[in-house]
Design a protein around this ligand. Structure first.
Ligand SMILES: [Zn+2]
Length: 427
């Protein structure tokens, strides 16, 4: 079944305005995790539920049970089974959507682990998963029921010590960021502890996190790997680690990802979490971040402070990269005539929905670029080039942490998006 995404978006907004349901009417303070396979190739996709897990507390929002921002490739919607009322929704992206666009997907079917957490329902609910392509056409991947009394569900188990690195508030009143170390053996205990603190300080010294410190929690799982280092299949280096992260995801040398997503969440659920950041013990440059899915960073290198906050911009803010190249292979990344979902880039198809209201009235659209020493260098504008594409896609600023290697320099648009996300989790 295909339909246009905007119709759904409009209905979601009207639904959220029409009823502000209370968390306690439908849910208890516990997390239900739906673990499934996302299967398919460049043309078709499907999903297969594998198992359910439940336990812990609910660390997500209790006020915005209906997702206000559909930035992701997948939407999960939870309906009350008796009334068919939408009682929870969430948008996120996944590695499979990127896989679909690769050469490999033309000849090979992938079967990727994915999962999503929802608040634990009091009564039977209907779960509906919908996927969106870059033109925002949608396809329902799954539509079925979960009964909290009869559907087989595995309990979450406590296995690891949890380090508290920054405490702003209780889990329901803050964004809960969780670090998981990968590739640190027992002998690396000192390095692990030092790195977790070091990366937490990079986050907490960066705005808006530092200005909203009472709404941010950072914890780390103290989990050790059998061996030190991270797998590099392209160099025939294989390392036994806690999460089995590996470089060369989707055949891209520096793309560092974790394919064992279910295990990652089994490790994570010893602590409340809204966002998982995997810190990899490796000297090789690499990382990656997918919206509301997880992100990875490596622990060495010259700019680890910049890398973690940049990747977290993708992870929690759904922010696009603001850099671009003239490489033609990416010219189709934003289809013509479609406004991108990412809040910090626009094709000017629907600029009203982006940062238009933040612009000074005298600012020309598009805005001409100026040099670093020009008084207008910091001006919020609409600059051509962004989201990997040189022409037809526009970004808000000449400098931003989502554009260049500049730590603690989110442009006003990205800054505002991140502030709103932190508030989303804190309410
Ligand atoms: Zn920006």
């Amino acid at each position: 079944m295909k339909k246009i995404f905007l119709t759904l978006l409009a209905s979601v907004f009207s639904l959220s305005a029409a009823f502000a349901q209370h968390f306690d009417d439908y849910f208890i303070d516990r997390t239900l995790r739906v673990n499934y396979f996302h299967i398919g190739d460049h043309q078709s996709e499907s999903m297969e539920i594998h198992h359910y897990t439940a336990g812990g507390v609910w660390s997500g929002t209790r006020s915005f049970l209906i997702e206000p921002n559909f930035y992701g490739d997948i939407a999960i919607e939870v309906f009350d089974s008796l009334t068919n009322k939408l009682i929870y929704s969430r948008s996120y992206s996944c590695l499979f959507t990127e896989y679909k666009t690769t050469e490999r997907a033309k000849t090979e079917v992938a079967r990727m682990e994915e999962c999503v957490n929802v608040p634990f329902p009091k009564k039977t609910v209907r779960l509906k998963f919908t996927s969106y392509d870059r033109k925002r056409n949608s396809e329902v991947l799954y539509d079925g029921y979960y009964n909290p009394r009869t559907t087989p569900t595995q309990p979450m188990k406590k296995e690891y010590k949890v380090m508290t690195l920054h405490k702003g508030n209780t889990p329901g009143k803050a964004i809960d960021i969780l670090f998981i170390p990968d590739g640190y053996a027992k002998k690396d205990k000192k390095v692990l502890k030092h790195d977790m603190k070091r990366f937490a300080s990079y986050v907490m010294n960066c705005s808006p996190y530092k200005d909203m410190a009472s709404k941010v929690n950072i914890r780390a799982i103290e989990g050790y790997s059998e061996q030190s280092g991270i797998t590099q299949p392209q160099n025939n280096i294989y390392v036994k680690t806690l999460l089995n992260c590996a470089y060369n995801a989707l055949d891209l040398d520096r793309y560092l990802m974790c394919l064992g997503v279910w295990n990652m969440h089994d490790v994570a659920d010893d602590a409340p979490y809204d966002a998982i950041v995997i810190i990899c013990n490796s000297e090789k440059y690499g990382g990656g971040g997918i919206y509301n899915f997880y992100c990875t960073v490596y622990n060495h290198g010259d700019y680890p402070d910049y890398v973690i906050v940049h990747e977290m911009g993708h992870l929690i803010g759904g922010l696009a990269d603001e850099y671009y190249t003239s490489d033609v292979s990416v010219q189709d990344f934003y289809p013509a005539g479609i406004e991108p979902v990412e809040p910090n880039v626009t094709t000017l198809v629907d600029f009203d929905s982006k940062w238009k209201s933040m612009l000074d009235k005298s600012t020309p659209v598009p805005t001409p670029e100026v040099k670093k020493d020009d008084p207008n260098f910091d001006r919020l504008g609409v600059y051509e080039g962004g989201g990997y594409v040189a022409k037809g896609v526009y970004r808000p600023a000449l400098h931003c942490t989502m554009h260049q290697i500049r730590y603690n320099d989110f442009c006003p648009v990205c800054h505002k998006v991140l502030e709103e996300v932190i508030d989303y989790y804190a309410k």
